[in-house]
Design a protein around this ligand. Sequence first.
Ligand SMILES: C[S@@+](CC[C@H](N)C(=O)[O-])C[C@H]1O[C@@H](n2cnc3c(N)ncnc32)[C@H](O)[C@@H]1O
Length: 243
Amino acid sequence: MAQNIYDNPDFFAGYSQLPRQVDGLDGAPEWSAIQALLPGLSGKRVADLGCGFGWASRWFRSQRAASVLGFDLSQNMIERARADTEDPAIEYRIADLETLELPEAAFDLVYSALTFHYVQDFGRLIRMIHRALTPGGDLVFTIEHPIFMAAAHPHWTLDEDGRKTWPVNGYSIEGERRTDWFAKGVLKHHRTLATTLNALIGADFALRRIEEFAPTPDQIAAMPGLAEEMERPMMLMVSAFRR
Ligand SMILES: C[S@@+](CC[C@H](N)C(=O)[O-])C[C@H]1O[C@@H](n2cnc3c(N)ncnc32)[C@H](O)[C@@H]1O
């Protein structure tokens, strides 16, 4: 059973104040890198898995997607997405990606941002998404990079020069990882890079492009706090398509 930490009031209050939730997609430094991975959207039927506040769902429609179906485990997130959306071609539903079944060949694009690392049974999810896509349909997703996930537990330490370092612990030990972020004991699921990519290959996806997000020099100049993202990859971004 999934944890649903986004319905924890303390977690939700903290999470809602993040720049990427207050300012939307432009508040996420990786957004331009994601856009470069996305296919043309005109006329596409899109599923947004772990849609959160619905920022991307609404953007897909602004790019002339035919329809967007957003799914999220959290009632808080879905209520907020519904409140912020006035578009009959966008529908939001509460669903757990551990058990969600989508209709076959019903979508041209399945998109997910920073959600799949909360899912334990990644292989099942990827096989289900493959069936739900039309042949040639796209899967674009981001997750916490497996090195970031392994490095963040325990979190950074300071070296003798007072510089943050991120020891990578137990990278090859897959499974549950707990972190304290807005709430204690937030549950995520660590998988190596190989496991992640092999799940896609095993489900008969073709890989288009893989990115390990790092901020640009301009982004770091504008927001110096981003410099630490150069120390270890924070996000893995994948673009694939159904054969
Ligand atoms: C980091 S947020 C990302 C939200 C949105 N994609 C964005 O980029 O703003 C992760 C989202 O995944 C959702 N989530 C976590 N586990 C889930 C699950 N098992 N099934 C469906 N959604 C889940 C959370 O409720 C949350 O809205």
